[in-house]
Design a protein around this ligand. Structure first.
Ligand code: ATP
Ligand code: MG
Length: 233
């Protein structure tokens, strides 16, 4: 077992060493009489400390894949194991528990709550877990300071730049110390210098957590920084 694996004693209770393994994931959507094949027999497998980029043209199913892996949507077929446990095919309640405990999600369009400040947005996942409010705010302040937003704690999302909003969204995804981070085009709306910065920040922070990362990107240069790349058609 390498160093990373031994450090995350809270996860990898199962022996395979894989934090996520997805086999033959397929998904169709029905809209009226039309059917859209969003995913066809997609496979992936990741260990703690590894990163995987998902690339493919618009409409190729990248967001659908991430939503299914994160338990936000059900696949039609296939199996997903997270930390060795079957994570789809479960009740909504169990999928929600798995998602809350093990997964951090950075959405394609940040999804910050506009009526809450940056620090409150980041603290929200801890507050939902019933961490004491003052402790949740303290942790949120710390992580925001670590990623260069010490002077933006009390800004509301509409007052932040695009890059700053993405940093806040990343901080919110990481604050619960997840073992798997799913990020859907976290740099999609940024200029290339900012995109590289945010992408590297995400890779670095996920490595620090000894977590695994699955990230959707249109940028093949950024994708090559990941350990694995899968291409959807
Ligand atoms: N809820 C839904 N109902 C019907 N069709 C859907 C639904 N969600 C996605 N689709 C369809 O499934 C396909 C895959 O969508 P998805 O959002 O996963 O693509 P994507 O690769 O993330 O695209 P983009 O790069 O534009 O974000 C698209 O053709 C889309 O229209
Ligand atoms: Mg998408």
């Amino acid at each position: 077992m390498n160093e990373n694996l031994s450090e995350r004693k809270d996860v990898l209770r199962h022996s395979s060493g894989k934090i996520i393994e997805a086999n033959n994931i397929s998904k169709k959507f029905k809209v009226g009489r039309d059917q859209v094949i969003a995913l066809q027999k997609t496979n992936l497998s990741l260990k703690l400390g590894e990163s995987l980029a998902v690339v493919g043209p618009s409409g190729s199913g990248k967001s659908t894949l991430l939503h299914i892996l994160g338990g936000l949507e059900m696949s039609d077929s296939g199996e997903i194991h997270i930390d060795g446990e079957l994570a789809n095919n479960e009740s909504d309640y169990l999928r929600t528990i798995t998602r809350n405990e093990k997964i951090g999600f950075v959405y394609q369009f940040h999804h910050l709550l506009p009526e809450f400040s940056a620090v409150e947005n980041v603290a929200m996942p801890l507050i939902i877990r019933r961490v004491k409010y003052s402790q949740a705010l303290k942790s949120a302040k710390l992580i925001l300071s670590q990623i260069g937003l010490k002077n933006r704690l009390n800004h509301y999302p509409p007052m932040l730049s695009g890059g700053e909003r993405q940093r806040v969204a990343i901080a919110r995804a990481l604050i619960t110390n997840p073992c798997l981070v799913l990020a859907d085009e976290p740099t999609g709306n940024l200029d290339s210098a900012n995109a590289t910065d945010i992408f590297n920040l995400l890779l670095e922070r996920v490595k620090l957590l000894d977590a695994a990362l699955i990230v959707v990107t249109h940028d093949s240069k950024l994708a090559r920084e990941c350990d694995q790349v899968i291409s959807l058609a």
